[in-house]
Write a protein that binds this ligand. Structure first.
Ligand SMILES: [Zn+2]
Ligand SMILES: [Zn+2]
Length: 233
């Protein structure tokens, strides 16, 4: 477990190769993503390590429906009473605890094969359902942390979203791609061509830093680095 402060109001909580994000808002804390099932205790320990009280989590947002992001969401919600958010297209799956849409495929390559076998397939296909209070749409600006802009970025999943915190020049990128061994396509995608288009479209937004569901954050020229990594691939 490791906690990294990325900006004055954003903390990265790393656990089991999955990053969640904690934001200080005008109305308590916002937790973005929750990790695999049964990881709420450890994630709350990370929240405390960041200097915050998990009881103050008032908002819970999922970047998409996958089990490594939504797996502990119902437990976090039960323990905090947080208001819940996800993109309108993934909200119905999250509401039924369905981790993946049919047709999701693995990206070629040995590393992807191993990650898929040991982390994704192993984790299963269902988790405790989380009713989504507020289905989100592209372009919506949540009145949290000075304004958090929803960027719909389908491909990894149909309802995948990124969040732009303009005041701090930070993109919370979810699994739009991974940054574990350089910038690479995520291990699984519903539509990799669409994922690439989303990455390049998101890279047009103004942000210096980007933080991912898997791997370290980019701390400078993040939008340019995304363009360079995926322009030709
Ligand atoms: Zn994912
Ligand atoms: Zn993930």
């Amino acid at each position: 477990m490791a906690v990294v402060q990325l900006t004055p109001r954003v903390w990265q909580l790393k656990l089991n190769l999955v990053n969640c994000y904690l934001l200080e808002t005008e109305d308590g804390l916002l937790l973005i993503d929750t990790g695999y099932p049964n990881s709420a205790d450890k994630r709350f320990a990370a929240v405390r390590e960041s200097g915050h009280d998990p009881a103050l989590i008032r908002h819970l947002l999922l970047t998409h429906c996958h089990i490594d992001h939504g797996g502990s969401a119902a437990e976090v919600q039960r323990r905090t009473g947080a208001r819940t958010y996800a993109h309108a297209l993934d909200a119905p799956l999250i509401g039924q605890g369905i981790a993946e849409r049919p047709g999701t495929t693995r990206t070629p390559g040995l590393v992807n094969r191993l990650v898929y076998l040991f982390f994704i397939k192993y984790a299963g296909t269902t988790y405790d359902p989380l009713p989504v209070d507020e289905p989100l749409a592209h372009g919506q600006v949540l009145p949290l942390a000075g304004g958090l802009e929803v960027i719909h970025s389908p491909g990894h999943s149909a309802g995948h979203l990124c969040l732009l915190l303009r005041s701090e020049g930070l993109l919370i990128a979810g699994d739009i791609c991974s940054h574990v061994m350089g910038l690479k396509y995520s291990t699984i995608n519903e539509d990799r061509t669409l994922a690439r288009q989303s990455i390049l479209r998101v890279a047009e937004y103004p942000f210096e830093r980007a933080a991912f569901g898997h791997g370290d954050a980019l701390t400078e020229r993040a939008n340019q680095q995304l363009k360079e990594a995926f322009a030709a691939s």
